[in-house]
Ligand binder design. Structure first.
Ligand code: LLP
Length: 430
């Protein structure tokens, strides 16, 4: 599954003891396994080997340039949602004709940049966006290739914040308007309709929502075909879940087996946008215990990483296993909250978690942090963002340096009228 394992009670990433990485780089830091990333990509890609397809890694899951270069080396494309992600994908060497651009709020400038780069197509989320794409493309004397994103109204049975294919969500075009929107799109001179897109949510651990969604999409593609609007591409999005604690998501092979018959029926080229299933279990967040504290009702383990480094527990109440880097056979278990130094009660990595007893100075690994970990990090509480390290065998490379205090204030300026020594502001009325 992944390449983080104990050797003589010391947690390693591939052949490298995490204790050594701590000595070299300090904590907190993100650590990714090269072998896991490659294996996960290949397992996913090979599962669809029998049909024409493109795996476009969802780079919102992990957008570090080195990780994207690794994906490019495996033949991956990119699913992007912003001009910034387009910049990263191109900078990392992902060919433009393997890039697809989703998102409900694309700005004119971002559309222009993507057209100039020559991306494969835009996943269009509304009629209003179609119009804008048409206008921008015509002004540039070109046509925009588009796939219309359909909202199939399927309950993906996942956390509500990451369910995207329900009627009430902001994503996609309602299935009941789909055919008329395709006709409208085909009538616009700046638009070339090439595909259908459907992404129903993330961290899906059952096959049935994928199958149900695709059944609807297949009917739509057949209808479009009979109405003289054949499509070349079907983009089925991402969403396949991973094991964080005791979930049992299908292996990519089982996922493929369940949907391949439907995909074949469409005779389309298939685009897949996996993110989490490739990167999630390929990374950890290494952190150090700063203090332990008992309050009468609770015991807290206070670590040096915080919600600004890994937001998932705070935002989704997500479970991440937390394991000691040095395993002690005689350690007794206790129930604790693992919390960070940020000034919010929501700053936790685990609550009421039974864990082996730890003390100040111990190293802990927050597991399954390779997707939506660093990419969702912030500088809240003026905490510099932590480094990212890629391990390959017994070697490691810092693929993003730890931020400095100067990085924190880069771009900020103090206007002249706030120069120290000027008259103080009027005092508040008493
Ligand atoms: N395609 C589209 C259009 C998406 O919106 C997403 C994820 C993906 C592909 C990739 O989905 P994946 O294979 O990674 O499930 N921050 C949340 C996850 C948000 C997912 C957003 N869209 C988390 O930490 O769980």
């Amino acid at each position: 599954m992944h390449d983080f394992h104990y050797r003589q009670d010391a947690l390693h990433c591939e052949d490298l003891p995490l204790e050594r990485l701590d000595k070299e780089q300090g904590t907190p830091c993100y650590i990714y396994s090269h072998a896991t990333l490659i294996r996960h990509f290949q397992a996913f890609d090979q599962a669809f080997a029998t049909i024409p397809h493109l795996v476009a890694f969802a780079i919102k899951a992990n957008s570090n340039l080195a990780i994207l270069r690794l994906m490019a080396s495996q033949g991956s494309g990119a699913d992007i949602v912003s001009g910034g992600e387009l910049f990263r994908a191109l900078r990392a060497g992902i060919p433009p004709d393997k890039i697809v651009f989703a998102g409900v709020g694309k700005r004119h400038q971002e559309i222009r940049e993507a057209l100039e780069a020559g991306i494969l197509f835009f996943n269009v989320e509304s009629s209003a966006e179609l119009q804008t794409l048409n206008d921008v493309a015509r002004a540039m004397g070109t046509q925009a290739r588009v796939a219309l994103r359909i909202n199939p109204d399927i309950d993906p049975d996942t956390h509500p914040y990451i369910a995207t294919g329900l009627k009430k969500s902001k994503f996609g075009i309602g299935a009941d308007h789909a055919v008329e929107t395709f006709h409208h799109a085909a009538s616009l001179p700046g638009i070339r309709v090439v595909g259908v897109h459907a992404h129903i949510g993330s961290q899906l651990t059952h096959l049935s929502p994928f199958v149900e969604s695709l059944q609807k999409v297949v009917v739509l593609i057949e209808t479009l075909h009979t109405q003289g609007l054949p499509v070349q591409y079907l983009n089925i999005g991402g969403g396949l879940g991973i094991t964080y604690s005791n979930e049992t998501p299908p292996h990519p092979r089982a996922f493929a087996e369940a949907i391949l018959p439907l995909l074949r029926q469409t005779r389309c080229e298939i685009i897949l946008e996996p993110g989490r299933v490739i990167a999630g279990n390929a990374g950890i967040l290494l952190t150090r215990v700063l203090y332990t504290k008992e309050t009468g009702t609770k015991k807290f383990v206070i670590v040096d990483a915080a919600m600004n480094d890994l937001l998932r527990p705070s935002l989704y109440d997500a479970h991440h296993d937390i394991v000691p880097v040095r395993r002690l056979s005689h350690a007794s278990e206790e129930v604790v909250d693992v919390v960070g130094p940020v000034c919010e009660s929501g700053d936790f990595f685990a609550r009421n978690r039974a864990m082996p007893q730890v003390k100040a100075g111990d190293l802990l690994a927050v597991m399954s942090a390779g997707a939506y970990g660093f990419t969702m990090a912030s500088n809240y509480n003026s905490r510099p963002r932590v480094p990212e390290i890629l391990v390959k065998g017994g070697d490691s490379c810092v693929i993003r340096a730890r931020e400095t205090f100067d990085d924190l204030v880069r771009g900020e300026c103090i206007p002249d009228f706030l120069e120290l020594g000027q008259a103080p502001p009027p005092s508040f009325p008493q």
